[in-house]
Design a protein around this ligand. Structure first.
Ligand code: CDP
Ligand code: CDP
Length: 235
């Protein structure tokens, strides 16, 4: 059956998933679960262990690290801004936002055993109560039973511009050009959309929202209208 207490938000990097998912959660009184943060935290653990995320010879070590680390997310959309993320009890909310960690996250996310471990964690969190969850495979795999599924997109240029602005605000992030960010996003989208296990794609029953040229407020209004329509009870 369909789970009314779950809302799935998927889409490529920088499309506006997390701002929309957080705003929706706030408006509806749900929790916000950032699954990208679980991949980023796992990737940070791999990098900090000195293991190369893309080295095929290190796969079993990577899976081992991901199985052993404790990842905890803050899920209150009113206070956890950006998502509070804890790796073995340490607050890594800011350090997981670098370009390097994003790329490493996408690389370890191609390993099926890594996906299995993190999807189980995500699913357990969703079972704790109503939530809006965002990522790449939420509507297709993790919360397939969600009643409302949104697929958020925006042009590559706009996504790169948004990400550039965000990166500027991260302390210790080496300045990168807009071209380089665009290139990295395109690479990551390609890697995410072409992997064998749970590739990035819109679920058949998802509604697509193109956010190019739209403010977060406008996107939220459209999404709330879709939620009301899907849930069909005016609320
Ligand atoms: O989660 P995802 O990578 O899909 O994107 P995000 O973190 O929600 O959005 C990336 C950046 O774009 C954030 O700084 C947002 O404030 C901004 N944004 C925007 O300017 N207009 C929107 N309609 C959505 C997000
Ligand atoms: O915020 P942004 O859109 O840049 O990325 P993210 O949501 O933090 O996710 C980082 C990486 O984790 C993505 O490029 C994906 O490769 C992976 N990921 C995934 O495979 N499945 C998810 N449900 C969420 C993230």
């Amino acid at each position: 059956g369909c789970r009314r207490e779950w809302i799935a938000v998927d889409g490529p990097a920088g499309a506006g998933k997390s701002s929309l998912a957080r705003a929706l959660a706030k408006a509806l009184g749900y929790r916000y679960i950032d699954t990208g943060a679980t991949y980023r935290a796992a990737a940070l653990a791999v990098l900090q262990a000195g293991v190369h995320p893309g080295d095929p010879a290190s796969r079993s070590r990577i899976v081992d690290i991901v199985r052993r680390v404790r990842i905890r997310l803050g899920t209150d959309p009113r206070v956890d801004l950006p998502s509070r993320v804890f790796l073995d009890g340490r607050d890594v909310s800011t350090s997981i936002r670098s370009l390097e960690v994003g790329q490493a996250a996408s690389t370890i996310a191609t390993i099926p055993e890594v996906r299995r471990v993190l999807a189980e964690l995500q699913r357990r969190m969703a079972e704790e109560g109503p939530c809006v969850m965002d990522g790449r495979d939420i509507g297709t795999v993790v919360l397939k039973e969600a009643c409302v599924k949104l697929y958020v997109t925006a042009s590559l240029e706009e996504r790169a511009r948004r990400r550039a602005k965000e990166l500027q605000e991260i302390e210790g992030q080496v300045p990168v050009s807009l071209e380089e960010i665009e290139e990295q996003l395109a690479m990551r989208d390609q890697q995410d959309a072409t992997r064998q296990d749970a590739p990035l794609r819109a679920a058949e029953d998802a509604v697509t929202l193109d956010t190019t040229g739209q403010t977060p407020g406008e996107v939220l209004e459209r999404a709330l209208a879709i939620c009301r329509e899907c849930l069909g009870d005016g609320g």
